[in-house]
Design a protein around this ligand. Structure first.
Ligand SMILES: *[C@@H]1O[C@H](CO)[C@@H](O)[C@H](O)[C@H]1NC(C)=O
Ligand SMILES: *[C@@H]1O[C@H](CO)[C@@H](O)[C@H](O)[C@H]1NC(C)=O
Length: 256
């Protein structure tokens, strides 16, 4: 069968579109994780961002020790971004997340103390403010809870969510100034329900600070990012709880 010029033109067009799609897929997917966001620099830190950059509302997701490249964390950022927020996952570790095949945990942590992540998070928040963002929530995963709780003691953020939080102490909750959500796990041996209950007691003695505390049954430490087919439903529920809290206190308005 003879191929007419018309057919050739269509074939060419299809070829061009395919290449464009391929280039875009590679560009948007440098780590095999999310296809939605991208990596930009914010406040001097490389950050994975997702969602509308013109949003007036941002959520900073403070990673656990495994850092900002973890695909499941980026997926959460994508969910937050899809809800209309500018979701930001900063690289607090400057390209050196914890990896047990590279160095031991104590050595790694001495090089990356939580206080350093808090300090870095301040420059991220200030850069977001300069961008015109008017309200910011922080969500702290495990190690990321330290930066989040310290931010929550300031007026730099307007709401905070803790997911299986480590590196914080009971007394922190005496000083938080913004609405607090805490999501814990029944089988979390690092942060058992007894510890979460202590946090809850302090928060309930401070009715001026809105708070919500929930223990998820049959899940272990880190389940909101490290889930399997059994615990995935709980993880998704936690992601929804995170968004509900942010929606409630960051006053996100649907795009005008
Ligand atoms: C940890 O380090 C090893 C050795 O460099 C590497 O092969 C592996 O991919 C790293 N793990 C992650 C999750 O990056
Ligand atoms: C999922 O992980 C939990 C612990 O978090 C474990 O008890 C369970 O057996 C795992 N399920 C599957 C299907 O791997």
């Amino acid at each position: 069968m003879a191929i007419s010029r018309g057919h050739l033109g269509v074939a060419k067009a299809i070829f061009v579109v395919c290449i464009a799609l391929l280039v875009n897929a590679v560009k948007c997917n440098p780590h095999g994780g999310s296809r939605r966001g991208s990596v930009v620099e914010i406040g001097g830190l490389k950050s994975y961002v997702s969602g509308p950059s013109h949003s007036r509302y941002a959520v900073v997701l403070a990673s656990d020790v495994f850092g900002y490249e973890v695909p499941n964390l980026r997926k959460i950022a994508d969910k937050v971004g899809a809800a209309g927020y500018y979701a930001v996952v900063p690289d607090f570790f400057n390209g050196d997340p914890f990896n047990s095949s590279i160095k031991g945990f104590n050595e790694w942590k001495a090089q990356h103390p939580p206080a350093k992540a808090f300090k870095a998070s301040i420059s991220v928040i200030k850069a977001l403010r300069r961008k015109g963002i008017s309200a910011i929530a922080a969500a702290g995963f495990c190690y990321g809870a330290h930066a989040s709780v310290e931010l929550a003691k300031t007026k730099l953020i307007q709401a905070v969510v803790f997911l299986h939080p480590t590196d914080i102490v009971e007394d922190d909750f005496k000083y938080v100034k913004v609405p607090v959500e805490i999501l814990g796990g029944e089988n979390d041996v690092l942060v058992p329900p007894t510890v979460i209950k202590k946090y809850e007691e302090i928060l309930s003695s401070r009715p001026e600070i809105p708070s919500f505390v929930k223990i998820f049954p049959r899940v272990e430490h880190g389940w909101t990012t490290r889930y399997n087919s059994t615990t995935e439903k709980a993880a998704e529920e936690a992601h929804r709880d995170l968004l509900n809290w942010v929606n409630k206190y960051i006053k996100h308005k649907k795009k005008a």
